[in-house]
Design a protein around this ligand. Structure first.
Ligand SMILES: [Zn+2]
Length: 176
């Protein structure tokens, strides 16, 4: 029987009420869930991982634990273990990821956005993060604005970031 804890953060509350889901196109589904990264870092695999109510692809209620995958986040020198589930009915792999972080990015969305804001308004790179990485984010964003928002985009780089985000894209992703 599934445990329904009633703690402050209610970690076992059904996921569908409070998460964003993204299909990544390779049979893997990423579910973003709210978590304080520090808690996850300290507790590791003992963290009370939320469990999806059903498979997000085929709605099967059978979901199996499918191990953990390592992930790195800015500010932590060790890798995190992020939980996975497997749907035995359709083969979908469900990965949990902390909300506030893009897939495959170690810095939080807030940090990336602030880097873009400082660069576009003051022409400087944000202190504390390697310039090379920030340059990659900025270039990728400019490229995406050209491709998806066309050359007619006159609302600025930061507004472009927000607009692409609202479209469900990762604004600083290099993959076009
Ligand atoms: Zn399924």
């Amino acid at each position: 029987m599934r445990k329904r804890a009633a703690g402050r953060n209610e970690p076992n509350r059904p996921l569908k009420q409070r998460t964003h889901k993204r299909f990544s196109g390779n049979g893997t589904m990423v579910i973003f869930f709210p978590v304080i990264l520090k808690d996850l870092f300290i507790l590791g695999r003992n963290y009370p991982w939320p469990r999806p109510d059903s498979c997000p692809r085929c709605c099967s209620y059978r979901l199996w634990g499918h191990g953990y995958v390592p992930a790195y986040f800015e500010g932590y020198d060790r890798s995190f273990s992020l939980k996975r589930y497997l749907c035995p009915d359709c083969g979908c792999v469900i990965r949990l990821r902390p909300r506030g972080y893009f897939k495959r990015f170690q810095a939080s969305i807030a940090v990336i956005r602030s880097s873009i804001a400082i660069k576009s308004h003051a022409g400087k790179w944000r202190p504390g993060i390697k310039k090379e990485r920030q340059r990659h984010w900025f270039r990728s964003l400019c490229k995406r604005i050209k491709v998806y928002l066309t050359d007619e985009w006159h609302r600025g780089i930061l507004a472009g970031f927000d607009h692409l985000l609202a479209l469900g894209q990762i604004p600083v992703s290099r993959a076009i």
